[in-house]
Design a protein around this ligand. Sequence first.
Ligand code: PMP
Length: 367
Amino acid sequence: MQPRDLSDHIAYEAGRGIEEVARELGRDPSEFVKLASNENPHGPSPAAAVAIRETASSVSSYPKAAHADLTAAIADRWDVTDEQVWLANGGDGALDYLHRAMIEPGDAVLVPDPGFAYYGMSSRYHHGDVREYELSKADDFAQDADTVLEYYDGDRDRIVFLTSPHNPSGSTIPLGEVERLADETSDETLLVVDEAYGEFADRDSALALIEGRDGFEARDDIAVLRTFSKAYGLAGVRLGYAVVPEAWADAYARVNTPFAASEIACRAGLAAIDDAEHVERTVETARDSRAYMREHIDAHVWESEGNFVLVEVGDAAAVAEAMQERGVIVRDCSSFGLPGCIRITCGTEDETERAVETLNEVLAELD
Ligand code: PMP
């Protein structure tokens, strides 16, 4: 007996942790810094850490109350109804729910190339065909409506994924272009605007388009994805959500996994939402770090609005390996369909300086 044929599914490359790398190289974990997964260098909000500890004694109960409280807090934050907030096991879980809600076998989804691998993976799990639109490296991965429309295939494309800021380049798409794309695509096509890195960008959320704010008309063909993994520093508890149009009122109950987010995750999320200072500090660190990297790295660094930068290095596998050997773990972007580039997460000042120094040494050596 075998599982169904999954041979066309790509495996998720989550990147390796410090412990794993140190063990493999026979070194002490304290020698390493990991700037490979766009995690928060300041960790979680201290209030969230307290909430996690305090939740320990109540985890024998199902997470219903905290789930409802967090949903209400998120709805309050964005000024939407509770029914519009689809809590999930990370942004990845919210992507699964959107596919469950939208995809019938034979439907297609349109995803960016290069781009975040889980869009395509989740689509395949849900029997969707994956089609790609190209973001051009020569054009600095610029995102606009025309770039997507060139590849768009009408009603068959049930979901179009936009990533703003885009992983791994850091480019963004103006809201006016999202609106134009929504206008020019079928009413049967959902645009998912993935704002996993939204806090780090100097841009308004695409929520304005769903809700009809800031001069936009309200619409029911856009959903926005958000996560607690990045700016909130809670990647380990797995907490994210989609904000969907108001017209979808009862759909969540039909697609969600029961108790979609754990009690620990919900309590941590509630505390983190209240700690605006921690998010501000995190965003400021990321801005300083990416500016420093753009200024000091001896190679092309793309302008980024995320908590990471993309760097053109030539032999990315060799560069990433040599950096790792020197204790700095970064991401080789081959897995994003972008050979020749590495992605470096914004760290603290010390971590950033160390990454830049290490990369410049490696580039000089491999030259
Ligand atoms: N979207 C993008 C663009 C991402 O880079 C990530 C995480 N790397 C996610 C969504 C999902 O993040 P999570 O499941 O941790 O919320």
